[in-house]
Ligand binder design. Sequence first.
Ligand code: IDP
Ligand code: MG
Length: 185
Amino acid sequence: MIEKTLVIIKPDGVKRSLTGEIITRFEKAGLKIIGMKMISLTKEFAKKHYPEDIIPRIGGKTLADWKEMGIKTEKDEKTIGRDAWNDLINYVTEGPVVAFVLEGVHAVEVVRKITGSTSPHKAQPGTVRGDYSHISMGYATYRGFGGRNLIHTSGSKEEAEQEIKLWFKKDELFKYKGVHDEHLV
Ligand code: IDP
Ligand code: MG
């Protein structure tokens, strides 16, 4: 049940000086930081993190969003998905990001709870995305920019494992005892 998960503060979070605020929220929940770095992503690396496989999924979601917003389009799911994916790659490479690995009991689920829904307009108050952003993914894609939802957090245990391997070398992750550890064993 003790899991590791990846958090990335995307370029908008860094530029808006929300890095400390965002990290604090996870720390205050008792999650332990076991690795951290600031890096500027190349397009190539960004595409490893967000592979082309996600295009149909984000295309489908955008079509559904646009329908809800009353936006009519002739474009198909694939074309819309590719445009949104290009916007996403440009967004995450437009400035440095801060990446860190958190460890804790049910860390993946807990971190997703603190993160909030993908589209800022649906993210609940009290979550990172709900408190510090509001512009919907549908609107952003319609205007041709990547929806600024501040952070990436791993969506499942499998995703967390793959992503941590991609972002951190073994010797960049640390073992130490935090005050919360006494309740874990
Ligand atoms: P998540 O970040 O909440 O896990 P995913 O569905 O895994 O959301 O999507 C990865 C990223 O792709 C999102 O954080 C967001 O930046 C972008 N994205 C997701 N859905 C859409 C969409 O419908 N339109 C535009 N961009 C999207
Ligand atoms: Mg995801």
